[in-house]
Design a protein around this ligand. Structure first.
Ligand code: CA
Length: 335
């Protein structure tokens, strides 16, 4: 039996023009017995055509998506598009408001709870609504991520290794249209419960990114997000004109890279992290890339961590304090 969503929307997905409203998820708590948690959503539509679903703030401490998509909502003129753009700039709005990766309401990580639960906690309800109500409307989805407060990445857009090779190729072309500095074909560490996996299961194009991190932004990473999202809209025919290429801006073309299971390095120790290589530096398999010092035993030799493959450091822990099990580094090779 299909459970109906408890969420109501203040926007009409079939209406032409620009609407900026919210999804309302019932949230009864001590300060508001009959209250609701609101999740901003914009629908920009002009007649028939493809539908793009654009999301930022899936994790609440990643800011390029929220900023670039807020600017897009304000700038997009419905008369100048063909089709429909659905934007949730702060997908996990309570987490964005709190500046935290997961929701302060229920402690749930939005991107580990898809396809959600209509009778679950607030974050699960919203994931279910996105999956059951918005995803069926969308031809393609872009979910803009960054490293958050705990990680930092050399900016990349990514598509996943998929069994459906035709979908993988469509996704790869969309990723190239985003025109990132690095275009990564990635095998993820942990895909269960992600929006990505559900979009791909539905046979639709998903482009995701990691555009920086550390809980902040730069003019460069926000520019990448803005240009990338507009290029995607052009790629799918929602906006007119050819994508704005890196070449036309005098930038080096997208570097195609791959990351397999051996891309990731995690720590077995807790303590103080000293990275031995910086982002974008070349590394070779077996090369020491980090030391972790024991905070209780400064006389003890640090634990040494090594690259598991040749390549380039494209991601690292942002924090200098790490705990056993934490992500330390991501290494990708040229494709
Ligand atoms: Ca993220």
């Amino acid at each position: 039996m299909t459970q109906h969503s408890r969420i109501t929307a203040s926007v009409d997905y079939e209406k032409n023009g620009k609407q900026v409203g919210y999804l309302s998820a019932p949230h009864s708590h001590n300060l508001s017995g009959w209250g609701a948690a609101r999740f901003p959503i914009a629908v920009i539509r002009n007649g028939s055509g493809p539908t793009m679903l654009l999301t930022g703030g899936n994790h609440g401490d990643e800011y390029e998506g929220p900023i670039a998509l807020t600017k897009l909502i304000q700038a997009l003129d419905p008369a100048r598009i063909q089709g429909r753009v659905i934007v949730m700039p702060f997908l996990n709005a309570p987490a964005v408001a709190a500046g935290t990766r997961v929701s302060p309401i229920d402690g749930v990580n939005m991107n580990r709870t898809f396809p959600g639960d209509p009778l679950g906690t607030v974050t699960r309800m919203v994931a279910h609504y996105v999956h059951s109500r918005l995803l069926p409307l969308a031809d393609a989805v872009a979910d803009i991520h960054s490293g958050g407060k705990s990680m930092f990445f050399s900016p990349f857009a990514a598509v996943h290794e998929l069994d459906d090779k035709a979908l993988m190729e469509k996704s790869r072309r969309a990723m190239l249209a985003f025109d990132p500095p690095i275009g990564l074909l990635v095998r993820e560490l942990d895909v269960a419960g992600t929006l990505d996996t559900e979009v791909e299961k539905a046979g639709k194009v998903l482009v995701t990114t990691e555009l920086g991190g550390g809980g902040t932004t730069s003019t460069a990473t926000i520019g990448l997000a803005e240009r990338g999202v507009r290029n995607l809209l052009r790629h799918f025919g929602v906006l007119d004109g050819a994508p704005e290429t890196r070449a036309s801006l005098g930038l080096k073309p997208t570097r195609l890279m791959v990351a397999k299971e051996d891309a990731y390095v995690a720590t077995d120790h807790s303590g103080l992290l000293e990275m031995l290589v910086d982002l974008d530096a070349p590394v070779s398999a077996g090369q020491p890339i980090a030391r972790v010092y024991d905070l209780e035993h400064p006389g003890a030799a640090p634990a040494l961590y090594h690259a598991r493959s040749d390549g380039f450091l494209i991601g690292r822990s942002h924090g200098a304090l790490v705990a056993a099990g934490d992500f330390l580094a991501m290494i990708a090779r040229d494709a």
